[in-house]
Design a protein around this ligand. Structure first.
Ligand SMILES: [Zn+2]
Length: 607
């Protein structure tokens, strides 16, 4: 007998027993830990726990019976080591560094070992067709989590399906591309190793061993649920349904959103009238749906940095709303809530909160405003965002894209103003990149806040640079406001700005909005849902009609209320004196006592 086979024969079985005793011991050790540290953790035997104990019992009885019948029903030591090694690598990929506390690791480890044995027992080498893509996706999750702080969830997927080439390219960095090579190599190696370890094992051995490990995991994990436990505790068994749900949710959300907006009838199709304008006054109404601007990052709301110097200099002409709650954490849903009479996101089932009519822009077009829409880079027709926003702005005389930088839109507006007679009433709808990730739109040559990175790679590691870049994008947008206001100087104009949603820049350790895909309710629990909103007007506008002057004063008086996207539709109509069956005075901020926002919102900070 060679030395190595003597080692295998003598030492491996001993080590194996020690190891599996250790794994089994993890259960009482964990129990003791819970007992010593957290007296209040309830002992609660779930259905999974009962199933786990049953599986364990069946497996142990089979083992005893197998001994009598001289049939092997447990993998031999070498194969067990192999499976343990595989499970350790799998768990490291999907679980170890990202999700589970080290003392929780024996649960996913046991479950992974169980799943490897069970799947091979059922499918033999076809099991690789499952494991290879699974490992590749988990590897990508791992890379994604460590770079961007988010896993694949429905919001990430919905945004990915929506992303422009430019946005997608921000994530296709040389580093990420280089990581693809070890990813492929690792997956191939693991699959080769799994086949080598398991190919000669009998089905009965594999199934019974699988049952033993899965049973151990379910029984112990279910009996001793640690506080704050996440679903990743049950990795990998939870991952497949999670990923499938994320994909189907993302597709369903996108399709349902488009269908709902398409099915809305236009408010212009019912009787309406305007009491203030008869056409030819040369009024310009700018409605700007901003992108990703948190209220607390604007200096007009008390932020220490001068991010909004122009707005701060506007004095009386600015009516600022420091407390505006956004309806949804995704652009499309927020736009629907802003432009229609919808008050919540489409999937919120609260009665009376869904849109009953289409875009408010239709009513302005009907009452002699010529509508022009100014977008950022993207406005292809296939994506959900594009399809939705095109429906909402369908009365546009023309739509413009800003192929370079959002400031390009200022020149486009100028040419529209030159083409149109000075007396025409114009409606400018603006929706450009603003402060969207990866925070690339600012004056790169001359950024006011440095050092910066226009790069959203590993934001936590460069928190200050990313925050500087974000503040720069707000400063840039403030300059956009200044340029547009300068362009409209001398005309009666109103510039109503509201951001679609906020952003997370390390707040509570969160980066970006992607984590909300796993828990959309978290959105309204933090200040990430408080967005910038203001109205800027020219003295010419206030002088044009007594209704305007009175409405602006009431708007100013109401600016301290907690307002929301749901007020925009009705406030725009109220400001211009447009009557419509869809207009609700209680949501019009130009009335003496409108109803403040009463939906979900973060707790108030005192002081
Ligand atoms: Zn957005």
């Amino acid at each position: 007998m060679s030395r190595s086979s003597a080692f295998r024969a003598a030492v491996l079985p001993v080590l194996t027993r020690l190891l599996f005793f250790a794994l089994l011991l993890a259960f009482p050790v964990r129990a003791a830990q819970v007992w010593l540290r957290q007296w209040d953790v309830p002992f609660e035997l779930s259905a999974w726990g009962i199933a786990g104990i049953a599986a364990l019992g069946v497996s142990l009885v089979a083992l005893v019976v197998g001994c009598f019948l001289r049939r092997r029903l447990l993998l031999p030591a070498r194969a067990l080591w192999g499976v343990l090694l595989l499970a350790a690598v799998f768990v490291s990929l999907g679980d170890l560094l990202a999700f589970a506390a080290p003392w929780q690791l024996h649960f996913p480890l046991l479950l992974t070992m169980g799943c490897i044995c069970l799947l091979w027992g059922l499918l033999r080498h076809w099991a690789l067709l499952f494991w290879a893509p699974f490992l590749a996706i988990e590897f990508l999750q791992f890379i994604g989590f460590h770079q961007y702080g988010s896993r694949i969830n429905s919001l990430v997927l919905a945004e990915t399906f929506e992303s422009s080439r430019e946005e997608a390219m921000a994530y296709l960095t040389p580093l990420n591309l280089a990581l693809m090579i070890p990813l492929v190599l690792l997956v191939i190696t693991l699959c080769w190793f799994m086949r080598r370890v398991l190919r000669h094992r009998s089905r009965a051995e594999l199934l019974n061993t699988g049952l033993l490990f899965c049973g151990l995991c379910a029984a112990s994990a279910s009996c001793l649920r640690p506080a704050g436990q996440t679903i990743h505790y049950y990795w990998p068994a939870c991952e497949v349904p999670e990923l499938v749900t994320a994909v189907s949710e993302a597709l369903t959300i996108n399709e349902a959103t488009i269908n709902q907006v398409e099915s809305l009838s236009s408010p212009a199709d019912t009787l309406s009238s305007i009491s203030t304008l008869s056409g030819g006054e040369g009024v310009v109404f700018v409605l700007h749906i901003g992108e990703s601007i948190r209220a607390d990052r604007m200096s007009i709301n008390g932020y220490a940095r001068p991010t909004t110097p122009f707005l701060a200099s506007c004095g009386e002409q600015l009516i600022n709303f420091p407390s505006c709650i956004s309806a949804a954490c995704d652009t499309c849903q927020a736009q629907i809530a802003i432009l229609t009479d919808g008050r919540r996101r489409i999937f919120d089932k609260t009665p009376g909160m869904q849109p009953t009519t289409g875009s408010v822009i239709d009513l302005f077009a009907k009452h002699d405003f010529t509508v022009y829409s100014f977008f950022g880079r993207r406005c292809a027709e296939k994506l959900k965002y594009d399809r939705v926003v095109r429906i909402l702005t369908r009365r546009s005389e023309a739509r413009f894209n800003a192929p370079g930088y959002p400031w390009t839109a200022v020149d486009q507006m100028q040419s529209v103003l030159q083409e149109q007679s000075p007396g025409s009433n114009l409606f400018f709808f603006i929706n450009n990149e603003g402060s969207h990730t990866p925070f690339g739109y600012y004056d790169l040559e001359n950024p006011p806040f440095t050092p910066t990175t226009p790069d959203f790679q590993n934001p936590a590691a460069q928190a200050q640079e990313v925050n500087n870049a974000y503040d720069n994008t707000i400063h840039y947008t403030d300059e956009f406001f200044r340029r547009v206001a300068a362009l409209l100087k001398g005309r009666p104009f109103v510039y109503l700005y509201v951001s679609d949603h906020g952003e997370y820049l390390g707040h509570d350790g969160r980066w970006g909005r992607a984590f909300l895909g796993q828990n959309p309710h978290a959105y309204h629990a933090s200040d990430g849902c408080k967005v910038g909103m203001f109205l800027l007007y020219s003295p010419e506008f206030a002088r044009l009609h007594p209704h305007f002057a009175a409405a602006l004063e009431r708007l100013r008086a109401n600016s301290r209320l907690t307002v929301a996207h749901e007020h925009i539709f009705h406030t725009a109509l109220g400001l211009f004196g447009i009557s419509s069956p869809f207009y609700s005075p209680s949501l019009d901020l130009t009335t003496p006592s409108p109803q403040p926002y009463s939906g979900p919102q973060p707790p108030r900070h005192e002081g």
